[in-house]
Design a protein around this ligand. Sequence first.
Ligand SMILES: [Zn+2]
Length: 189
Amino acid sequence: MSKQHLPNRIKPMIDPRKLAVQGVTLDGYIPSKSAERLRDAVLGYEDDQIKVTLQFGRDLEKHLTITGHAETSVSVQCQRCLQPMPYLLATNISLAVVRTEDAARELPSYLEPLIVTEEKVSTSHIVEEELLLAMPLVMYHPSADCQMDYKISQNIEDNENISALKTEKETEKDNPFSILEQLKGKLSE
Ligand SMILES: [Zn+2]
């Protein structure tokens, strides 16, 4: 994980169609503070830059594509000990620029649509959307670094197992299909 500062700031607004025609690759950074929604999803930024590579072009089926990579270091909460932990948030980007929802639905599944109705689109919007999608739902320290006492965490896990069992039983009881299954079983006897 390098904290070295990149010199090239990527423009805040870009015209993806024009860049695709030119076959441009943008390599540089956007300021972390420009990604406000991502800021709200983490405890804080560990790096004031989000490193970004975006390559614009067309694939064989003439889709206008943006492929690349984005990464930055953030601080997140460990879900076991609730202490902050550093996390390298990184994602590969594979987008297709379209104008309408209909065009978005026609894309092959490996291309994620980026609907751009105007001429230009914000780079931080593209990048933070992709980083938000790459955020894991839960994050833990490696067990050696975690502050949580092992026994306490074992207890919590046991309790979780017990309540998981309970809910399983309760849903079985309330589930009309399980009654149907029982009836079916009786009929076939
Ligand atoms: Zn922890």
